[in-house]
Structure formats: C-alpha cells, structure tokens
Write a protein that binds this ligand. Structure first.
Ligand SMILES: Cc1cc2nc3c(=O)[nH]c(=O)nc-3n(C[C@H](O)[C@H](O)[C@H](O)COP(=O)(O)OP(=O)(O)OC[C@H]3O[C@@H](n4cnc5c(N)ncnc54)[C@H](O)[C@@H]3O)c2cc1C
Length: 394
C-alpha cells in the first residue's frame, strides 16, 4: 500500500519539501513518465495554486518586477511529479494530524507536512489594516502602494517593521523593509522628485543609537532614522504618538511581526509562545506523530536569537523535514537537523550588500562573491530566474 502524504500550502516550504522528498529533484518529461509507473507515495497538495516569489516584491518600487513576473501557476509542476492538487483552504486539522478538512471535504493521511506560511500581528498597532500597506501582504497590496505613490509629487513616507521575538528568534521582516526604503529613495531620485519627499524609517526593535552597515546605507540616502519609534495608532494622514500628538504621513509601508494563522490556533496543532506551530529540531510538530512543519509558520527549538524567517531557512528546514518524514514512515527515529543561516542580498539598485550569518560560521558560496557590490543585484536575479525556471519547466 502506498503511504498517503498530505502537504498543506504551495509556498517555498512546501515546494522545497516536495523537491527533497521525491527521489529526483527535477522532472523532465521522461522522469514524469517513470514516476507514473512507480512511486511509493500517494501525495496530495492542498493550496491556492499560485506560488508567489516574495523576495522580488520590493522591486515593484523601481518598476523592475510586477505581479505577473513573480506568480507561478504551480499545478503543472505538481502534475509532472504525479502529485494530486486540491485547490482549497484547509480549515481544520484533526485526529492528531491524520485528518485534514478543506472545502468541507476530509483528507486522510499517513504523514502530514505544513507549509502554511505566516500570519501578521496586525492588531498590535490599531489602524494597521486600514492605514498601512505592506509588501508582506503580497503583490496586490504592493501595487496599491505604488498607485498611491504615483499620485504624490511631494510628501512624507514612513517605512517600518515590528518583530515578534517571543519564540527567541526574529519573526518579522526587517531586511525586506530596509530594502524597500533604499529602493524608494532610488525610485524617487529617478523621477527627479526625491527632494520633495521625506523618507522616514521606524522600528521599536532598533535601538536609537544603532550603528552598522545597513544604517550607514540609509544615512547615505538621507533617510530619516526614527529608530526606537513605534506609533500608538495609524490614522488617516499619519500616526498618533504615545502622548496623543499627531505625526503626518502621506503613505506608510509597514510590516507587523509574524505569528501563526487561525488554523494554527484553532486546530489540534501545538502553539508556541509566539503563536507559531511548535516544532522540534527535526521539524516534527511536538506531541503529534508523523506531522512536520517548516517555513514561516513554524517556531524553532533553541534557535540563535538572530535567525529570521526566510525562504532560505524554509529550504534548510524542509530538506531536514523531508528526510525525517521518510525515516519515521519506516518506523525509525528522525536524525536530520538543520543549519541556521541568514543569507540575503539587499538590493539598493545603485548598490547591494550580502547580509550573512551562520551558526557554523560558513561563508556563503565559499566566499567567491563580494559582500558589497552592485553586481550582486545581477546575482540575485540569476537565483530568482533559476528558481522560477525550475518551477515552470523542470
Ligand atoms: C517582501 C518580502 C521580501 C522577501 N525577501 C526575501 C529574500 O530576499 N530572501 C529570503 O530568503 N526570504 C525573503 N522573504 C521571506 C520569504 O518570502 C518567506 O520566508 C517565505 O515565503 C516563507 O515560505 P513559506 O512556504 O513558509 O510561506 P509562503 O511562501 O507564504 O507560503 C505559504 C503557503 O501556504 C498557503 N496557505 C496558507 N494557509 C493555508 C491554508 N489554511 N490552507 C491551504 N493553504 C494555505 C498559502 O496560500 C501559500 O501557498 C521575503 C518576504 C517578503 C514578504
């Protein structure tokens, strides 16, 4: 009997999980045929069918990327792998993970993988939903921000983020917001209107006396650093400070801290202090058997404080989870853990920096690339094109 595997979500974590779970990472036509003839697993993915390449969203600001470029219909990728796709939203998980409910239908499994991504703490600062935009809400929200920006010839723009550190690591989007601020500076200069705008950057998670390479890049661009600041409320035309006074802002781009979604809170999944799925160092959901989670939906066991949620971390975690799931399906103890690594290229359009940290101090790509160079933008684009080509054709 084939083992039934159910995967929830079709984002980075789930697709990396598929890549590492199957014997072959790529499926050109002839391999697709072989998998039809022989496979040990009966795999079902439940999701919305659209993969979004989030790391490219900040580049909407310079007009270099748009929704069409970064959205991929994932059904052909799954079909090549003989994986059943169910379009739907999972509303409950029961029986210790063995039963999944989507579209009011029931899906039974021998093993379950959760790659359901983040939810954001939008209620922490009142007015977030009504008066801010966020690249984390996806392409449509970023497009709405760009439409508003296009109507302004002058003004005050605030960008900021908040982190959820309750699980002992960085559950939030700091690097991405720095990138948006630098790209905004570039785009306004290109339009010849930079002098008519104030760009402010705020976060209560950054100390007012913070120094370092990113802060230097922001200062070089004349971005006003409101480090340490957190609005009491976002309101029409600006923000209220703690003392009730008003700060004017024509536009706010803000990323709240990351937590777990309603499904995490309202199903049989264990919840971490930060509201995420509580997992161990093997990616196993604590207290449930044959249930794994990776990516932005899951906490870590004893993480280093600096580790963020990233597509790159989702890859490392999904790789371990895929190996461990195969192990537990053979009634053996899981043994594969994952490295902690922060790795991303901060694109400023006229400059770029490779931000990197690893628990084993290994440099990225054996240090063959410079840590600061405009050429890193081309490299970032190569990574993106390769991954999207893989999803589209292999
Ligand atoms: C603006 C921005 C820039 C970024 N830049 C970088 C970068 O440069 N480098 C980097 O490594 N990372 C970057 N990231 C972070 C990266 O995009 C995330 O870490 C990554 O998307 C996490 O993958 P995931 O699969 O956990 O979540 P997602 O990619 O969000 O996927 C979650 C999936 O689950 C589905 N889902 C959710 N709930 C349900 C449900 N109930 N039922 C069915 N399906 C469900 C969703 O539809 C989606 O398909 C960036 C993020 C943003 C927002």
């Amino acid at each position: 009997m084939k083992k039934k595997i159910v995967i929830i979500g079709n984002g980075f974590a789930s697709l990396f999980f598929v890549q590492y779970f199957l014997v072959l990472p790529i499926f050109p036509f002839f391999a697709w045929f072989l998998r039809r003839l022989y496979s040990r697993y009966d795999i079902t993915v439940i999701g919305n069918g659209d993969f979004i390449y989030f790391p490219a969203i900040p580049e909407f600001i310079t007009g270099k990327k748009n929704k069409r470029d970064i959205t991929i219909n994932i059904r052909p990728f799954l079909k090549r792998r003989n994986i059943r796709f169910i379009e739907g939203v999972v509303t409950d998980i029961r029986d210790g993970g063995r039963t999944v409910i989507a579209n009011e239908n029931t899906y039974k499994n021998d093993a379950l993988f959760l790659g359901i991504g983040p939810a954001f703490l939008k209620d922490e600062i009142p007015g977030t939903k009504e008066h801010t935009f966020s690249p984390c809400n996806g392409p449509d929200d970023m497009d709405a921000f760009m439409r508003q920006l296009a109507t302004l010839e002058q003004g005050i723009i605030y960008l900021g983020f908040k982190l959820n550190k309750q699980d002992g690591f960085v559950a939030g989007r700091a690097g991405q917001m720095y990138e948006c601020a630098c790209l905004l500076d570039f785009a306004l200069k290109e339009r010849g209107v930079r002098d008519h705008f104030e760009i402010h950057f705020f976060s209560s998670n950054i100390s007012p006396d913070e120094t370092g390479a990113i802060t230097d890049r922001m200062r070089e661009r004349g971005i006003i650093l409101d480090y340490g600041y957190e609005p009491a409320e976002f309101v029409a035309g600006g923000m209220l400070n703690e003392d009730g006074s008003f700060r004017e802002a024509d536009l706010v781009l803000y990323s709240p801290g990351i937590t777990g979604s309603r499904l995490v809170r309202e199903s049989c999944l264990p919840v971490s202090a930060g509201g995420q799925i509580d997992v161990d160092k093997y990616g196993q959901v604590k207290g449930l058997s044959n249930v794994f989670a990776a990516g932005d939906c899951a906490s870590h066991e004893n993480p280093p404080q600096w580790v963020p949620h990233q597509a790159h971390m989702a890859q490392l975690r999904s790789q371990a989870a895929a190996k461990n799931m195969k192990t537990v399906l053979k009634n053996t103890q899981p043994s594969k853990t994952y490295r902690y690594e922060l790795s991303c290229i901060l694109n400023m359009e006229n400059d770029a920096m490779w931000l990197h940290m690893a628990d084993d101090s290994k440099p990225p790509f054996w240090n063959i690339f410079p840590r600061r160079s405009k050429k890193l933008i081309a490299l970032k684009n190569v990574f993106e094109r390769l991954y999207l080509f893989y999803l589209r054709y292999l």
